[in-house]
Design a protein around this ligand. Structure first.
Ligand code: 5GP
Ligand code: ZN
Length: 115
């Protein structure tokens, strides 16, 4: 997708601090971290919103969660735990229209999911 900032990161047109990459999935540090650990995990396939997911994407979304496990292991926060958040649409405040999964951790996050 031409004007998509995350597609530009995938293509290497915009730099990012990458933590994981394979043929289908990319993970990089959020530019404006909301917690000591704040990593974004994205599919390389451009999908604008979670509501655009199709049955054919089910394997890919499952892979994102197993990739998150690998990242947690590699980055050393698997034992401590973390939170995964994916925003969808206007009420969630989704800013970047390429689906992404926030991994948040590195501190006790508190009991509120909704900020
Ligand atoms: P959203 O609100 O859409 O769920 O989250 C978008 C996230 O992308 C935000 O946390 C924001 O800081 C991050 N972000 C936006 N532009 C860039 C960028 O160019 N590079 C990186 N690494 N993160 C970005
Ligand atoms: Zn995109």
């Amino acid at each position: 997708m031409e004007d998509c900032i995350f597609c530009k990161i995938i293509k290497g047109e915009i730099p990012a601090n990458k933590v994981y990459e394979d043929e289908e999935v990319l993970a990089f540090h959020d530019i404006n971290p909301a917690a000591p650990i704040h990593i974004l995990v994205i599919p390389k396939k451009h999908i604008s919103m979670l509501t655009d997911l199709k049955e054919e994407d089910e394997r890919l979304i499952g892979k994102i969660y197993t990739t998150i496990n690998k990242i947690a292991e590699k980055e050393g926060f698997k034992e401590a735990g973390y939170r995964v958040i994916a925003n969808c649409g206007k009420d969630s405040g989704q800013e970047v229209m390429h689906i992404h999964f926030h991994i948040l951790g590195g501190k006790v996050l508190g009991d509120k999911i909704v900020g």
